[in-house]
Design a protein around this ligand. Sequence first.
Ligand SMILES: [Zn+2]
Ligand SMILES: [Zn+2]
Length: 189
Amino acid sequence: MRPTFPWVLVQSVAVKPFVVNVADLMHRPGVRRTEHLVGITAAMTVAATDVVDQAALEVESKLEPAGLGILATGWAQVDWQSLCRRCEQPVVGTTRAEFQEQFEPGADPDGDTFPMSRDQVDLELVAREAILLDLPLAPVCREECAGLCPTCGADLNDGACTCVPVAPDPRWAALDVLFTPGTQHTEEG
Ligand SMILES: [Zn+2]
Ligand SMILES: [Zn+2]
């Protein structure tokens, strides 16, 4: 009989904190468990928004048998950093992305379900996919951010610049009237 090496298991758990053994759940309808996991994850980037490398990732997921595998329902939370789309100053935030995903043995990595093996699911896979879909593509530092002057580039949050405002295109003026709340245009005939 070959000896077993417990330290191998300990090491793999430490490196992959989001890998969960679900042998106790497989093929046992009605049994469920909730996992709350905290660890670090690798960098992610969507448009101008980054999750830094080694970012703290928090995942909570209900796990229950479904079909040939496991249904994972929960949320994943991570901090992100980006640039304000109006004033280009740094902006940071936190995303909490919800997910409901199915793990199946032998699942096609390009398919709708996530692969699992040896009665283990890797919740980092679903967490990262949910976060990638949830990261803000073009955040603002605050809703009332005044942005940059399109002419001189001054940050208008620091006060008005001396540029003369660019006159709006007259072709848009008619539309402005149409869409200005309170003005009514009715056909009279
Ligand atoms: Zn801003
Ligand atoms: Zn200006």
